[in-house]
Design a protein around this ligand. Structure first.
Ligand code: DON
Length: 320
């Protein structure tokens, strides 16, 4: 059988991007420093469940910050907008992912994609679900990935032992009443959620689930309510790549989220989930090869939200 055009494209991109060895593997969580910097995978899963992949798509690594939009969706679904937005905003911070700052006036974290906001969201989930919080999170991520996911206990312990900055953030949040009193327990849950093991293929299926209005296109399971997916994608679009989010929106133009272990997911609404895995990071904490691949994919396939191929609302077409 002839190779699909998309398969040829990602194999070309893999070959073209492989020589780029710029950047460094994250070491501030000591265990992450052991990752093989040469790992490199690209996986695309369509909203109707076809899989295209090349390179290291089966290698497990921890999800890290890519957990943030998926937890945010869970919080919106169970606690509702009003409750969540009393505790966390939706503004890009223009600052690093682990910056220690809150919005002036409200004392809320800027958004749920940076550590202040993500820890707040996890604390909200903990206040709601209690002892079953971690199981709820793992179950939901597993449903999005289409297989049962595990936690890397070694990475979890490594971050828990060294996560002093996140501990400072959590206590600052407690000081302003943004999180409940059991802040240490919530923080451990945050470290655990970041240590959920995924592969590049898992991430692409999770992204495809978001692209398919919350329904996993492989298993057919409705994983997130449709109304929550819009929230998740909006916040990924404006805040998913930290203080690189503006440049990303300009150059790539689709909702995305990165993590310090080297994963990046992108979502092309109603069409495609994209995941890349390459652990060498730039100074923002984003995967260098991941950004290069997504930029190229967007350019060659016309993925940008404001590309001339994007015709806007079909509903408007009907009423006009
Ligand atoms: O909180 C942390 O520092 C990590 N567990 C997650 C950070 C992360 O992935 C930021 N991403 N670029």
């Amino acid at each position: 059988m002839e190779k699909h055009e998309i398969q040829i494209l990602i194999e070309d991109l893999h070959r073209e991007t492989l020589p780029n060895t710029a950047g460094h593997v994250a070491t501030y969580i000591p265990e992450l420093g052991k990752a093989n910097p040469d790992n490199f995978g690209i996986c695309l899963v369509t909203a109707d469940g076809r899989i295209f992949e090349v390179g290291n798509c089966d290698t497990p690594f921890t999800i890290q910050s890519i957990s943030k939009p998926f937890n945010f969706g869970l919080a919106i679904e169970h606690l509702g907008h009003d409750k969540v937005f009393q505790h966390v905003g939706v503004e890009p911070s223009g600052d690093t992912f682990n910056s220690i700052e809150l919005q002036r006036g409200s004392n809320r974290p800027f958004n749920p994609m940076i550590n202040t906001g993500a820890i707040t969201v996890t604390a909200l989930l903990h206040a709601h679900f209690g002892d079953s919080t971690m199981d709820t999170i793992v179950d939901r991520f597993s449903a999005a990935a289409g297989r049962t996911l595990d936690i890397d206990e070694t990475v979890y312990r490594s971050e828990s032992r060294t996560g002093h900055r996140n501990r400072a953030i959590a206590h600052l949040l407690l000081n302003f009443g943004m999180v409940h009193e059991e802040v240490e327990a919530a923080l451990e849950l945050y470290f655990r959620q970041c240590s959920i093991l995924v592969t590049c293929r898992d991430l692409a299926v999770m992204a495809a689930t978001l692209s398919n209005m919350g329904r996993n296109p492989i298993t057919g399971q409705q994983v997130y309510e449709i109304r929550c997916v819009k929230d998740m994608l909006s916040i990924m679009f404006t805040c998913g790549m930290y203080d690189y989010s503006g440049q990303w929106a300009y150059q790539v133009g689709v909702p995305a989220k990165s993590g310090v272990s080297g994963g990046v997911i992108s979502v092309v609404n109603r069409q495609l989930g994209i995941a890349t895995y390459s652990p060498r990071l730039d100074s923002y904490g984003n995967s260098i090869r991941g950004i290069e691949v997504c930029r190229e994919l967007a350019a060659r396939l016309g993925l940008h939200a404001f590309d001339f191929t994007n015709v806007g609302s079909g509903y408007l077409d009907v009423v006009l």
